[in-house]
Design a protein around this ligand. Sequence first.
Ligand code: PRX
Length: 635
Amino acid sequence: MSLEPFSPPTGEWYHPDEELVKNTHVPDYDALYQEAMTDIEAFWAKQAEALEWYEPWERVLDSSEAPFYKWFIGAKTNIVHNALDRHTKTWRRNKLALIWEGEQGDRRSMSYWRLWQETNRFANVLKSMGINKGDRVTIYMGRIPEIMIAMLACAKIGAVHSVVYGGFSEQALADRIEDAQSRVLVTADGAWLRGGIVPLKETADEAVRRSPVVESVIVVKRTGQDIHMEPGRDYWYHDLINLPIASTKCETEVMDAEDPLFILYTSGTTGKPKGVLHTHGGYQLYTSTTLKWVFDMKDDDRWWCAADPGWITGHSYIVYGPLILGATSFMYEGAPTHPYPNRWWRMIEDYGITILYTAPTAIRGLMRFGDAWANRHDLSSLRLLGSVGEPINPEAWRWYHTVIGKERCPIMDTWWQTETGGFIIAPMPSVPLKPGSATRPFPGLDVDVVDEAGNACAPGEDGYLVIKNPWPSMLRTIFGDPDRYVEQYWHRYEAQGWYLAGDSARKDEDGYIWVIGRIDDVIKVSGYRLGTAEIESGLVSHPAVAEAAVIGIPDEVKGNHIEAYCILVADAEASDSLVEKLKDHVRHEVGPIAVPTRISFVDSLPKTRSGKIMRRVLKARALGLPEGDLSTLED
Ligand code: PRX
C-alpha cells in the first residue's frame, strides 16, 4: 500500500467564507448528517419528493436479498421524465440546458425544449430500428451534444445504454459490445482532438468485424472526413432524424424504479471488463441530490464538468444530475491545450463559468505551463471548484486554489467510483477543507477505514475503505455476472455486510478521510481506471510476446504511468523497433491511454507458487524500495 504516490496530510486547513456559507443549500453539514443517520430511509424518502414519480413507492429499501439491494420498490418512473419532460412544462423550457464548444471553435447551444425534441426524434429512430425496453445500445463517440442525446433517447424508451469511452480501441470496444450484446452501435465519423481527428468509425468498423452481433451502425457526421459506410448496416444520423418517423413527440416509457438504465464497463482484477449496472430510480435521486448540495447548484450557475460523458463522471454529472436539477451545463469537445494552454481559461471567461469540476491530472497538466496562461483571463465568474478521480496532491491543490480560484473558491474534492454512481466522500461549501482529503461522507453514508478483520483503524493508520450501509445509486450487479458482483464487493466483509471499495485509506483524528490508492490490480493513469490484466492481454496478443506484466509508476502529471515487462517467444528478438511495435499494438488493441511508457524484456517474472504474477515485487524493484514479504515467491 505504501507504494502509492500518496501525499501525507500537511496539517493545512481551509475555512470557508461566512457569506458564501450562509447562502448555500446546506449551511450546516453536521446537522444534516445527523438527521440523515437517524433514519436513513426517511431521509431519502424526503429527498425523493423533489422528483416527480409516475407512481409512488411502497417501500424505500428492500434488503431481503442483500447484497442485491432494491430502492423505491413499486415506484414507477423514468429518469428522462425528471431530466427533460417535466422542464418543458415550466419556464425552464427556454433555459439553456447545454452550451457547447468544438475544438475548432464552432459553437452550439440547446434549450431544454430543444434538447427534449432532439431526444424524442432520436428515440423514435431507435424504436423504428426495433430497439425495445431492456435492449442494449452501445454508444462510442467524442464529446459532442449527440452523445448526450443518444443516452437520453435510450433511457426514454427504456433501452439500456452502454457508453464506451472514445479513447478505447478495437478490442476494448469489441469486448464491450459482445458482453452487452448490443444490436445497435451509435458512433461518429471521427472526433477532433489536438487539432487532429480520432478515427472513431474506422475503429468501430473493426470492432464490429470482431463482434458481429451489431446489426446497425448510426454515424454522426462530425469531422466530415471520408469513411466507409457499409450498405444495409450503416446509416447517417442526420438522414435518420430527418425521416418522417423521427417526430418530435415520443412517449416516455414507464419504468420500474429498479429497471436498468445503463451499463458502464470498468476495469477490475481480471482481463474481462465489468459491466456496472445502474437503475432508473435511486440513481436519479442520488446524482441530483449530491450535485445540488456538494456544488451548491443554483439556477443562475453555469456548470462545467470537464470529464468525458463516456465515464461515470460524465454520466452522473454532465448528463443526468445537471439535467434533473434544470442546470445549464457547458461541454467542450477537445484538448485543454489546443491551440494554446489558455483554452480552458479563455472559455471560462467567454461563457462565464461559475463552477469547474475536473481531475487532478488535468490541473497538473495545465499547471506545467505556468500561471501566465490563466492570468491573462478574467476568471472572476468562478465561485466553486471541484476535483475527482485520484488524490489531489497539495501542490496541485494550492495552484488550483490560488491561480484559478484566486483564493476565493473552495475546492470540492469528491471521492467516488463507477460503482457508487455518485459522490460518497465529499465536502460541501460549508465544510472546512484540508487539501488532499475528500473530507467526510455524504449524509446517509457510513464510511470507515478498517483492518483485515473489520476493526476500525486508529487515526492515521492505513486500512481498507468500506461503506457500511446501502445507498440509492449503488451498482445493482455486474451485468450478466451476479457472482462476480458478490465476490468483488461483498465477500471480504460478508459477515458485516459492508461494501469493499478496493481503495486503501486513512482517517485522521478529525474524521477526515485520506484516500491513498487502489489495493487491487487497477492503475489510475491520468485519472482513467485501467486493469493491469487488460493491458497485459493486449501485449500478449502480439505474436512476439509470451508473457507480460504491467505496473503503475508514480508520475508527476498523470498520477501514474505504465511500465511493462515482457517475456518474448523463443524466436523473437528484443529490439528498439519491437518496443515501438508493441506500443503501437497496445494503442490499437486497448487504446492510447493504455500505452506503456517503458517496455523491458525479461527472462522471467516474479510469481507465486500458484503462478500469479507478483506485480508488487516488480514495482518495489522499479522504485528501489524494499521488496517486502517474499515467502510466497516461487523462484
Ligand atoms: O481509487 C479511487 C479513485 O478512483 C477510483 C474509481 O475510479 P472510477 O470508477 O474510474 O471513477 C472515477 C470517477 C468517480 C476510486 O476507487 N478516486 C476517485 N475519486 C478520488 C479518488 N481517489 C482519491 N480522491 C478522489 N477524490
